[in-house]
Design a protein around this ligand. Structure first.
Ligand code: FAD
Length: 480
């Protein structure tokens, strides 16, 4: 590598990949080539922030969305100084998600302009279909365009894969045009006529997004929203930050004692006029350590019994979105259902969904024109069938975790191969690390990982980093 610039390739230009690139460009003090690749044609958007209608809002207040852990007001400052200087944005606002895409894009542009000589970023709109290790430990990436790319270090910032189809004995209907299997793609929404009756499978944040978009388009047809338990994301409400009165890491490493203690804590906070949301938020910095000390059978217990309730309290929605949903239920435009999908029977002009209502005998038949899969991202890397993932699995370069939540990694995000060896060349961050960290899919966690990973990559690539670069992870707060 003596006369050649080290090359760090980042696959995926959503928030995770872009922030690794930003930190590499900011920190590198010696020649470095950074290549950012995404199948999308612009970096910075990712699944969450690309081409979103105005009504798709961030599910986090503006004040918590800085891309930099050590500059908490960075997003607000960018909004009020650069994006919208004439209309100041309040700290508590839930902004359209696409604005966040512009923010990431602008961070990348500024980092690109301020690099040291010899440090450069290339963006390629392409899809990585496979990779193999070649001489000198380098990796050779195979691209959909037909080209190849060499990397000394590789970051897989693959983010949120599309949802899996609901588990049905007969998957035939999933090939029908009446089925929209991937709710995050806009063409699906455009295909729907305003008077069509719809079944949204899932009642989480993706389903709420769809509902908001349908309402904004003046949808008149009846909408059914189905999930196993019929639970809805809780709305955000103002909740004064609250430190926990106990150290959760001192409780026995089991789900039940922790839940009991949290419930008691929430009740005490509410009794003092506070809000349970403050307790959920105060737990967040402890979550990775809590998760890691749970034995596997307790992690499974959590996933089986607690996860749906945890998700709706932890991943909350902008209040106006939830309020609109309830008014649609009241007006009869939306039916919320708890139950299990059994089958689809397609007819000439519609499709019937057969549903077993929760805790009831018998089968319910719902006649709709379209079915939209609004379940969350598929996180099980054993099931993902993208050629890149299949190839990595077959070559033993990745090891899906046993809970089906992501990939096995070291504490620094290095991929653990099927033989248990930690890679010195391939890293990941963000959603793929859920099995290890549990809390790793949102901006506040990813921004810390991206900064730490960039510094590690520079070290591994033998490139000096700016001196005095210190990491300041968000520290857990206790009032004990
Ligand atoms: C709909 C939605 C809304 C969200 N809203 C919020 C929010 O309000 N606040 C918050 O904090 N978090 C939110 N999140 C969480 C979100 O996971 C993170 O904020 C963040 O966007 C994750 O970024 P990422 O780069 O890891 O993943 P992604 O945004 O999924 O980006 C991954 C990128 O990798 C690319 N890619 C994948 N495979 C390949 C390949 N083989 N070749 C080339 N490119 C590839 C994809 O095209 C994609 O652009 C939301 C998530 C979703 C799905």
């Amino acid at each position: 590598m003596a006369n050649r610039k080290p090359t760090i390739v980042i696959v995926g230009a959503g928030f995770s990949g872009c922030m690794v690139a930003v930190h590499l460009l900011r920190q590198a003090q010696q020649a470095l080539r950074v290549v950012l690749i995404d199948r999308d044609d612009a970096p910075g958007r990712g699944v969450a922030y690309r081409d979103q209608p105005e009504c798709h809002l961030l599910n986090v207040r503006a004040e918590a969305m800085s891309a930099f852990p050590d500059q908490p007001d960075h997003f607000l400052d960018w909004l009020n100084n650069t994006y919208s200087p004439c209309h100041p944005v309040g700290v508590s606002e839930f902004l359209p998600r696409r604005i966040y895409g512009f923010y990431i894009e602008s961070l990348l542009a500024s980092a690109r302009q301020a690099t040291r000589r010899g440090v450069g970023l290339e963006f390629r709109s392409d899809e990585v279909l496979g990779l193999r290790q070649i001489e000198g430990g380098q990796m050779l990436l195979r691209l959909r365009s037909g080209g190849h790319l060499r990397a000394d270090q590789l970051v897989l910032a693959l983010g949120n894969p599309g949802p899996a189809d609901p588990p049905l004995a007969d998957p035939d209907f999933f090939r029908s045009p009446r089925y929209l299997g991937h709710a995050w793609t806009a063409p699906g929404l455009n295909a729907i006529r305003p008077d069509e009756d719809l079944l949204l499978v899932g009642s989480g944040l993706t389903a709420l997004d769809w509902l908001a978009a349908l309402q904004a388009r003046g949808h008149r047809g009846r909408i059914h929203m189905l999930s196993r338990r019929g639970l809805l994301p809780q709305p955000h409400r103002p909740a004064a930050p609250q430190a926990l009165s106990f150290n959760p890491l001192e409780l026995p490493p089991r789900v039940l004692p922790l839940l009991r203690r949290l419930r008691a804590e929430a009740a005490a906070v509410q009794g003092r006029g506070g809000d349970w949301r403050a307790v959920v938020d105060a737990l967040r910095p402890f979550t990775p350590a809590l998760w890691q000390r749970l034995p596997p059978e307790e992690q499974r217990r959590f996933l089986r019994h607690v996860r749906p309730y945890w998700e709706i309290h932890r991943h909350r929605a902008a209040p106006r979105i939830v309020d609109r949903l309830h008014s649609l239920v009241r007006s009869g435009g939306l039916q919320l259902l708890a139950g299990r999908l059994l089958a689809f029977e397609e007819q000439a002009d519609a499709v019937e969904a057969l549903v077993r209502p929760r805790q009831q005998a018998g089968t319910l038949r719902l006649r709709v024109h379209r079915v939209v899969n609004c379940t969350g991202p598929e996180s099980n890397y054993r099931r993902l069938n993208h050629p890149l993932i299949v190839g990595l699995r077959e070559r033993g370069l990745i090891q899906p975790d046993s809970l089906g939540l992501g990939l096995l990694t070291t504490a620094q995000g290095a991929l653990v191969a099927s033989d248990g060896q930690a890679s010195e060349r391939i890293h990941t961050l963000g959603p793929a690390r859920k099995g290890q960290l549990w809390e790793t899919t949102a901006v506040p966690e990813i921004r810390v990982q991206a900064q730490a990973l960039a510094l590690r990559l520079l070290r591994l690539a033998g490139v000096d980093a700016r001196s005095g670069t210190a990491l300041r992870p968000d520290a857990p707060r206790l009032s004990v």
